[in-house]
Design a protein around this ligand. Sequence first.
Ligand SMILES: Cc1cc2nc3c(=O)[nH]c(=O)nc-3n(C[C@H](O)[C@H](O)[C@H](O)COP(=O)(O)O)c2cc1C
Length: 246
Amino acid sequence: MNVLTVFAHPEPRSFGRALLDAGSSALRSAGHEVTVSDLYAMNFNPVAGPGDFSARRFPQALQYDREQKFAHQHNAFAPDIQAEIDKLLGCDLLILQFPLWWFSVPAIMKGWIDRVLVNGVAYGTGRRFDTGGMRGKRAMIATTTGCYPEMMAPDGLLAAFDINLWHLQHGTLAYSGFDVLPAFKAWSIQYTDEASRAGYIEAYVERMRGVENDEPIPSHTLQDFGADWRLKDGIAPRTAGHRRIA
Ligand SMILES: Cc1cc2nc3c(=O)[nH]c(=O)nc-3n(C[C@H](O)[C@H](O)[C@H](O)COP(=O)(O)O)c2cc1C
């Protein structure tokens, strides 16, 4: 497999960096090609704006997603965006690795999502979820947290992990057509002991060795929804975010 890891951490001596290196080396030992987009090291520009396009369909007022579609059709992306799109198109597995910041990704990674998962490539013209542009590829989150795992139990203080990361697993990855593999979590990194941190690295290495055989988390297809955009009668909700209402 070709694996693209998009990595966001400002500190090269962090636990997150150690996790990245161990995981990448396990993947390579298992025979996979690994590309890393180390966003801080690249000084990746996360700010979407008019400079992202060398030609415009709507020059008067920026409609960012529609310009993405036009740029894709006319080869008009800024070089830093096109380079990341090329990496994305070449991968079989995308890993987003980041420390959990405010229940989400660091801003530099949100900028990568906004600027690289573009209309015309990842989604667009009705293509999303099982018809999304990334169909046939797989993706997963690998994250480190400050919080204890019990806090993200379904009845925990912060609520279930899959709810917290719903916007990414469903709204970004599944929406773009990826089959989403279960997330890898290394909990409470600063507040645990050295043995636990080593255990997380070992668990990630094991996970990467077998990642090719991992089963995706449950999802819905477009066919599960009616013309009213609602789950059809008889289709049981099967993701963290879908439920029947009275
Ligand atoms: C801006 C910011 C926001 C954070 N938000 C969260 C959070 O929402 N949930 C959480 O569990 N930890 C949060 N943390 C803690 C980080 O997840 C933690 O520092 C990191 O995962 C530790 O890994 P590292 O040693 O590799 O940096 C936050 C940290 C920062 C700096």
